[in-house]
Design a protein around this ligand. Structure first.
Ligand code: SAM
Length: 303
């Protein structure tokens, strides 16, 4: 099967994902789910690893990312424009009870980050939207117009773990009394002026931008729900593979996976096999610096 496809997003841990999903010759007839299609890099690799009888169901919350998927003309592939919290409904509609492997590659893609109209990046001066599905819900600029100082503080503190959340929230309120905060550069300037220290590992705006994005898209709540649903849909010997990009996500994934590790005395077996976490090697980080914070964790359902 040949595809005329442009990777605007470099799929992280590509080989490792296929190995973790365990799509070997015995399991290449199976049904797999890519919960976060993005630029389709992982999906394409999964399709290449499947036999003619295999199937790949992809989900993607962003209608713009769905456009890319239209280039895949393959009867084994189907995609749905929805959040992975709806995975069970989608499988039910397609008469699928259990699947052999599920991938969640969390966060947003480079295509989204580098699109000036999406407002995800403090490096590009665009309108502050930050919605993964930009046809639904409140954008970041709409939220920043109305939100109370305490609410802004809580979001930046909780989802960004930003030490200077108090100053940033206070300055947002002061600034917006003079002028509405509509663009990424306006917000980034406020953040930089609110932070006293200039020695910082990354950009001063990183944590606050991450926090607002997580809040606007309800990312951590959706992850908690998505993990539960995905786990219930994994068949015996099926694998659940999750790639996270920051400690808040990884903590949720780690806790969830550990919670599923139970010993059954009658069966004399653990309920799942828990594999060690995997990170990109230095060659991958060198060729794609965005991969540096990726952590992949995966489990296999034993019974
Ligand atoms: C890191 S990218 C995935 C990249 C993809 N694996 C690839 O190879 O190109 C994450 C993708 O997940 C999507 N996404 C984020 N939250 C989602 C959710 N709750 N349900 C479905 N898709 C989601 C984003 O829109 C983004 O396209």
């Amino acid at each position: 099967m040949k595809y005329n496809f442009n990777f605007f997003h470099y799929p992280v841990l590509l080989k490792e994902v296929i190995k973790a999903l365990n799509i070997n010759h015995k399991r290449s007839n199976g049904i797999y789910v890519d919960c976060t299609f993005g630029g389709g890099g992982h999906s394409l690799k999964i399709l290449k690893s499947l036999s003619n009888k295999g199937k790949l169901i992809a989900l993607e919350k962003d209608p713009l990312s769905i456009i890319n998927s239209k280039k895949i003309k393959d009867s084994r592939f189907s995609i749905f424009n929805t959040s992975f919290v709806n995975l069970e409904k989608i499988l039910l509609k397609n008469n699928i009870k259990y699947v052999d492997g599920i991938l969640m590659d969390l966060g947003i893609s480079l295509m989204q980050i580098n699109d000036i109209n999406r407002g995800f990046s403090f490096k590009l001066n665009g309108f502050l939207d930050m919605r993964i599905n930009n046809t639904q819900g409140l954008s970041a600029k709409e939220w920043l117009v109305k939100a109370e100082e305490k609410n802004i503080f809580n979001v930046i503190k909780k989802y960004g773990e930003e030490k200077y959340a108090f100053n940033i929230a206070k300055n947002i309120i002061l600034y917006r009394k003079i002028k509405p905060i509509l663009t990424t550069f306006q917000l980034s300037k406020i953040i930089q002026e609110s932070i006293k220290y200039k020695k910082c590992k990354g950009h001063l705006s990183t944590k606050t931008f991450q926090a607002i994005r997580i809040f606007i898209n309800n990312e951590l709540e959706e992850l908690k729900i998505g993990l539960k649903i995905a786990f219930n849909k994994i068949s015996k010997n099926g694998r659940l593979v999750i790639i996270s990009f920051h400690s808040l996500e990884d903590k949720i994934v780690k806790k969830f996976m550990k919670s599923k590790l139970n010993f059954n005395i009658k069966k004399k077996k653990f309920s799942i096999k828990l594999f060690r976490k995997i990170k990109p090697n230095r060659f991958e980080i060198f060729s794609n610096s965005h991969s540096r914070s990726a952590i992949m964790r995966y489990i296999e359902r034993i019974f």
